[in-house]
Design a protein around this ligand. Structure first.
Ligand SMILES: CC(=O)N[C@H]1[C@@H](OP(=O)(O)OP(=O)(O)OC[C@H]2O[C@@H](n3ccc(=O)[nH]c3=O)[C@H](O)[C@@H]2O)O[C@H](CO)[C@@H](O)[C@@H]1O[C@H](C)C(=O)N[C@@H](C)C(=O)N[C@H](CCC(=O)O)C(=O)O
Ligand SMILES: Nc1ncnc2c1ncn2[C@@H]1O[C@H](COP(=O)(O)OP(=O)(O)OP(=O)(O)O)[C@@H](O)[C@H]1O
Length: 514
């Protein structure tokens, strides 16, 4: 696309200075001849420092907010608002792909991957629907591993174009609070945005819960008037702020159980629940919820009608994820009756409540819980399973290096309250010492009478947790989900996956493998 087309209000770029732009990038290290390079002021460094490098690599044009040395052969374009320009140009360059699809966005502390995966799985039976988020960039039979949950503006629009080119008519996208704060989706034309919940996470980045919520609100305040917001009525912290600030229509979802309320650290204040609504006050309302180890059934009340929903997704929190997904899909045209058969067999969300079966007489679950609330939910679920038969709970987990350190002892204490034994291990150390991270977690574990040990090798740690288990027990491996890599100082290194580690340990235990 011609440079002059990307900057239609700059007549000086027409004629001699005009040039065909071969690609867009925010990183001088990926500039190729003919590229347009945007100089961004980041946290670590300032992209303006690399304008010379971008020129040397053949950049056709460089967009900047600060003066840079202007070298021959490259066009320099000075702008006021860099984020607005990157958003505008990447949307335009890739042919405004989000306008060609029904765009679902989901944000919130927990549940984004699950909810958007359910949407892309079920809505695809209505209209082809891609998925972009922590787990993958996926459309049809194609899938690849992403770098970020919500990639930068250029990659976002480039991925969306790829989906349009491959026949997708919809996309379910996870939108992280960091992505929102950095304006990565400001030019995505969302038709529907879903809020899951707000509890403690990412305070290393946002510092306070107020700022964390404000980042998440950006998805909703940016919605066009004809869009629809889907709000969790039982999330008392977010619902009022979101209702107040959005300019479009909204619908709500909730259950007859209400959500347990948490304090400012993300600790549930046991016994305190959000006020329970009713089918008259909540648009998509679940009642008569029956849970089993392998799924749930509930009655969905919407617009005066009731539907019996059966699903293979287990645990109450997944009823919330399902309600958010049902509401979003229905608001975007898919009849509820049409969804029901597909909800019965939702595709396993990779690494979320993923049971590992090798014929053992105890339960092994791989899960992506990595927040205090996620821990409450998954350990609470393990307790429900073991309570009936007096079984024990064992867990292997760590916390990531160079990320929210405040949550480490909180999660340690939650694990310690529920588990009989925990094996603390490495989990994306990013160059930090796993033992030091474990010490932070232990501050919480030591407040309980849970037994603990430290094993830095994650594969061995998982094996140790499994070796503790006996009939009727539950083993949880937490925090990595289905990820096939681990972050170290230099970046990602391959990781066999928690599931493969569990399978290997179980086979050894059962004598199927040495
Ligand atoms: C905190 C954060 O979000 N940082 C993002 C941010 O980095 P930054 O502001 O530190 O950038 P910087 O390193 O200062 O560099 C400034 C600019 O100079 C450029 N540069 C830099 C060096 C060079 O040689 N040449 C060059 O051009 C960089 O490409 C950048 O454009 O901008 C970069 C370019 O877009 C992102 O890659 C980077 O994401 C980092 C890798 C990251 O880890 N982000 C995480 C926290 C994140 O966003 N996570 C969320 C969700 C997590 C969750 O749910 O758990 C996500 O959406 O993935
Ligand atoms: N609605 C929910 N409320 C609380 N916890 C949840 C909820 N949904 C999922 N979880 C827990 O959080 C974990 C992560 O779920 P999921 O990947 O869907 O969330 P996410 O918001 O996409 O997280 P991330 O963006 O960090 O990947 C699950 O493995 C589960 O333990």
């Amino acid at each position: 696309m011609l440079l002059s087309k990307l900057f239609p209000d700059r007549p000086e770029l027409r004629g001699r200075m005009d040039v065909d732009i071969a690609g867009l990038t925010l990183d001088s290290r990926t500039v190729k001849p003919g590229y347009l390079f945007f100089c961004i002021k980041g946290y670590e460094t300032d992209g303006h420092r690399f304008a010379g490098k971008a020129h040397d690599a053949g950049a056709a044009a460089i967009v900047c907010t600060e003066p840079v040395e202007e070298l021959p052969g490259t066009v320099y374009i000075h702008v006021e608002d860099m984020n607005a320009e990157i958003n505008r140009i990447s949307d335009l360059y890739f042919g405004r792909p989000s306008r060609h699809m029904t765009m679902f966005g989901a944000t919130g502390t927990n549940g984004k991957s699950t909810l958007t995966s359910v949407i892309s799985d079920v809505y695809s039976h209505y209209r082809p629907c891609g998925y972009m988020g922590t787990i993958a960039i996926r459309y049809g039979d194609y899938s690849r591993v992403p770098n970020l949950t919500t990639p930068d503006q250029i990659e976002t629009h480039s991925n969306l174009k790829e989906m349009v080119d491959h026949g997708m008519e919809a996309c379910a996208m996870e939108v992280s609070s960091q992505g929102l704060d950095r304006g990565r989706v400001d030019s995505v034309d969302f038709d529907c945005a879903v809020f899951t919940n707000l509890t403690h996470d990412h305070l290393d980045y946002h510092k306070t819960m107020e700022r964390y919520l404000a980042a998440k609100e950006r998805l909703f305040t940016n919605l066009k008037p004809e869009a629809v917001a889907v709000l969790n009525a039982d999330d008392v912290i977010s619902i009022d702020a979101l209702k107040r600030d959005i300019r479009c229509r909204f619908v709500t979802y909730g259950t007859d159980q209400g959500q347990e309320l948490t304090d400012e650290n993300g600790y549930p204040v046991h016994g305190t629940h959000s006020p329970v609504g009713s089918p008259d006050t909540i648009d998509y309302f679940a009642q008569e919820i029956q849970q089993s180890a392998t799924g749930c059934t509930f009655t969905l009340c919407h617009a005066g009608k009731t539907y019996r929903v059966t699903t293979n997704l287990a645990a109450l929190y997944n009823v919330y994820n399902l309600l958010g997904a049902i509401a979003a899909m229905h608001e975007c045209g898919m009849p509820i009756e049409e969804m029901l058969p597909y909800l019965e067999h939702v595709a396993q969300v990779d690494g979320r409540m993923d049971r590992v079966e090798e014929g053992q007489d105890f339960t092994v679950i791989v899960d992506y819980a990595h927040t205090p609330d996620g821990y409450e939910k998954i350990f609470g679920y393990a307790k429900e399973i073991t309570e009936k038969n007096g079984g024990h709970i064992y867990a292997a987990f760590g916390c990531p290096g160079k990320r929210d350190t405040v949550k480490r002892p909180i999660m340690g204490e939650i694990a310690g309250r529920y588990a009989d034994g925990v094996v603390l291990t490495s989990q994306d150390p990013r160059g930090s010492d796993p033992r030091e991270i474990a010490e932070d977690i232990l501050e919480g574990v030591r407040k309980t009478d849970c037994a603990w040990e430290f094993e830095p090798d994650r594969e061995k740690a998982i094996e140790k947790a499994i070796r503790h288990a006996g009939p009727g027990d539950v083993v949880l491996t937490l925090g990595k989900g289905g990820e096939s890599y681990m972050y170290h100082e230099e970046g990602r290194r391959p990781w066999m996956t928690d599931k493969a580690a569990c399978q290997k340990a179980l086979r050894k235990l059962l004598g199927k493998e040495k």
